[in-house]
Design a protein. Structure first.
Lengths: 511, 174
């Protein structure tokens, strides 16, 4: 076996890549792809069940698979990928060895075992509780054990990230400040610590309650703290995604941040203000007072929004400046039309930005007001909102990044670059239709987490305006397209990782 | 390069374009911040939640008393209740129905007490699409005045078990 401290120099970036970091990035990223595959199959079945024309699954299976879809996608796929990203952002970008690689393997195993337990519980029908598992809806105690193991593993992963930053600093592996991407990922990791702490505060008592050691858990309190985990983890995703945007801008057009101060300050705004946002999940709950809501929906939220607005300027700006330096200076938009649209990374970054900003962001900011929360709470429009943010935004950015990680870190030639590029377009079109369909149907009242929007078995007869069914159909067709895109992603990345030609040590081939 | 360390002194003033963008964004954020209070005080459409805890058992008792007092009929096994003007109205969420069916009058203000006796449920009033989270142990108090006549339905839009999609209630406004 090769020495864990083996090191190579990247022929493209000149970074030092340590074997121990490389292996851990590999295992976490590959595991993430396995979970997006599971989540994607669930996405297909769930979307086909919501579509009245197909109505694929039985009610029991639908609710089971929906729980599985939420968990495998939102938690397992995203978090495994983020852990890979944290190791990359610390060890690789800082030319450092990874701190405590054995502990990192232990963290990985905890996460994997936790994930497998959770999935077994869900698929055997012992935890049909949705990923929110609102008490007093009770799952098998093992389910909570699985979640806790996974969260502890992820927390150790964050600790290793911080440890690696410290090692790099002590061993002087870089000069001056850390790169912007590492800075952004540090913001994500800081938010993650708070998030996982909320997770511990809520899942441990819930586990004790499920085995009967605690009698009463206040359902409203559960919701409050759960969203400290559930929403704050979305802020990790946002922060990690923005870091990936900067990374993709560099990898695809060689962009350099125009003003480091502004970009970094915006990340600090995320750390400071985003943690109070989760309360917007409670705007229609019977617990928060009007004053509490007004304060929460106002400045706390908007200072985080301001940060996103800053990145929304800074990212296209870095790309534009880089392109203009290359000589694409004709008119307003030559820099954009001459961008590498035929490589997966650039369109992935742009579509991720657009889907996140225009679909996810705008709906998020509007639904986050008290009045529109009343109109949208728990409707399918909400599902549409986060299929814009975390599915169109974060997931697409991560997909785009994968195609660069394969040659850079795994040293394999990408098989099917054309497919990879097409995948980005297909997926983006699919998610656009999916979110439009969900948003439209939801605005007309279509509920989320619902097996039958035709209400065939309802005790009191009710039926929707046919427009709801039309929008549901649009969502289903968009869903099919998106699932196709997702399947190509899994295909291309798995084939490349296992069967791609091994790159020679000094081969500076990116795509 | 965002993957390389920046030059030594990166704390540099922003460009004009950056300043303009950030200023506009910040002003807009400020406007919205103020509007949050404006919509509450001048819009008069926010629910003035009065936080109140009530155990599921106690809630069941009061809502049963309410039904017994004002019951006028039954549909599909669910009581129909016509409360007097201005009464406190109890609407109970349970797996998987909304009890009772309410008969209300247009233009009259009612104080709704909505709670659950088992799991979390989602109150979704159709077709006007107003949604509230119904949490067991807590009374969701809403002052509501029907402004049009007709039949309204209440869907459940929080997952509440295998019968979730069958859970529909009704409010008739005359
Ligand atoms: C590949 C395309 C995808 C399709 C077609 C799809 C479709 C759907 C559908 C139809 C629902 C059910 C909505 C309901 O009945 O309430 C849903 C829920 C959900 N999806 Fe996706 N999805 C996709 C990808 C993703 C990804 C990548 C993520 C996360 C990163 C994600 C996260 C979620 C979550 C968290 C829920 C909510 C589950 C719940 O309500 O408990 N989805 N999705
Ligand atoms: Cu219900
Ligand atoms: Cu329900």
């Amino acid at each position: 076996m090769s020495n864990e401290l083996d090191v190579r120099t990247c022929p493209i970036t000149g970074k030092k890549v340590f074997k121990n970091a490389q292996n851990l990035i590999w295992i976490n990223a590959v595991t993430a792809v396995v979970f997006i595959l599971i989540g994607g199959i669930m996405a297909f079945t769930v979307a086909m069940t919501r579509w009245p024309a197909v109505h694929l699954l039985s009610a029991d299976m639908f609710y089971r698979f929906l729980t599985a879809h939420g968990f495998n996608m939102l938690i397992f796929w995203i978090v495994f990928f983020e852990i890979a990203g944290l190791y990359f952002g610390s060890a690789v970008l800082l030319n450092s060895r990874l701190a405590a690689p054995r502990l990192a393997w232990f963290a990985y195993i905890l996460m994997l075992v936790g994930a497998i337990i959770v999935d077994i519980m869900i698929f055997t029908g012992k935890a049909t509780v949705m990923f929110t598992s609102y008490v007093p809806l009770k799952a098998d105690p093992l389910y909570y054990v699985g979640v806790i193991l996974f969260a502890v593993g992820a927390l150790i992963g964050c600790a290793i990230f911080f440890g690696t930053l410290a090692v790099a600093k002590a061993e002087k592996t870089y000069e001056g400040s850390v790169p912007l991407v590492t800075f952004g990922l540090s913001a994500a990791a800081i938010i993650a610590v708070w998030t996982l702490a909320c997770g511990a505060i809520i899942y441990i008592p819930t586990f004790l309650w499920s085995i009967g050691l605690i009698q009463n858990l206040d359902a409203a309190m559960y919701r409050l703290i759960f969203w400290g985990l559930g929403h704050a983890s979305q802020q990790i995703n946002v922060t990690a995604m923005v870091s990936v945007w900067y990374l993709l801008a560099t990898l695809t057009v060689g962009a350099k941040p125009v003003n480091e101060k502004i970009c970094r300050s915006a990340f600090v705004l995320y750390i400071l203000f985003i943690n109070l946002a989760p309360e917007h999940h409670l705007l229609t709950d019977p617990t928060l007072s009007p004053w509490h809501k007004m304060v929460n929906t106002s400045y706390m939220m908007y200072l985080a929004v301001l940060a996103s607005m800053i990145h929304a300027l800074a990212i296209p700006m870095t790309a534009e400046v880089a392109q203009r330096k290359k000589g694409y200076t004709k008119g307003m938009f030559e820099w954009l039309t001459k961008a590498p649209w035929n490589e997966p990374g650039f369109p992935a970054m742009i579509f991720s930005l657009i889907l996140f900003g225009f679909i996810g962001g705008i709906t998020g900011v509007t639904y986050g007001t008290e009045q529109l929360s009343i109109k949208s709470h728990n409707t399918w429009a909400l599902t549409g909102h986060y299929h814009g943010t975390v599915v169109g935004g974060t997931t697409l950015a991560f997909m785009g990044l994968t195609y660069y990680v394969i040659p850079l870190i795994f040293r394999r030639n990408l098989i099917g670059k054309k497919w990879a590029t097409a995948q980005v377009y297909i997926y983006a079109i699919g998610i656009t239709l999916l979110t439009i369909g969900m948003g439209g149907a939801g605005t007309l009242g279509s509920p989320r987490r619902h097996w039958d929007v035709t209400f065939a078995d309802a005790i009191i007869p009710f039926s929707f305006d046919p427009t709801v069914i039309l929008f549901t159909t649009i969502a289903a067709i968009g869903g099919l397209i998106a699932v196709t895109g997702g399947a190509i992603y899994v295909g291309v990345s798995v084939l490349s990782v296992f069967f791609g030609r091994k790159l020679a040590p000094n081969e500076a081939k990116l795509l | 390069m965002s993957i390389m360390s920046p030059e030594k002194y990166w704390w540099k003033p922003a460009d004009l374009q950056e300043k303009i963008w950030i200023t506009i964004a910040m002003l807009w954020c400020l406007v919205l911040t103020i509007m949050m209070f404006g919509w509450h005080f001048f819009g008069t459409q926010n629910p003035s939640i009065e936080p109140l805890k009530i155990t599921p058992e106690n809630y069941r008792t009061v809502s049963e008393a309410f039904i017994a007092k004002y019951k006028v009929g039954e549909e599909a096994g669910i009581p129909i209740v016509a409360p007097p003007d201005g009464a406190d109205v109890y609407l109970r969420a349970q797996m998987w129905n909304w009890t009772p069916i309410l008969k209300l009058k247009k233009g009259v203000n009612y104080k709704f007490h909505i709670s659950s006796v088992d799991l979390m449920h989602g109150f979704s009033l159709m077709p006007i699409v107003m949604n509230f989270q119904i949490v067991p142990g807590h009374d969701n108090i809403l002052n509501m005045t029907p402004t049009s006549t007709g039949t309204f339905h209440i869907l459940c839009n929080e997952f509440c078990g295998i019968g979730h999609h069958t859970m529909i209630g009704k409010i008739i406004v005359i």
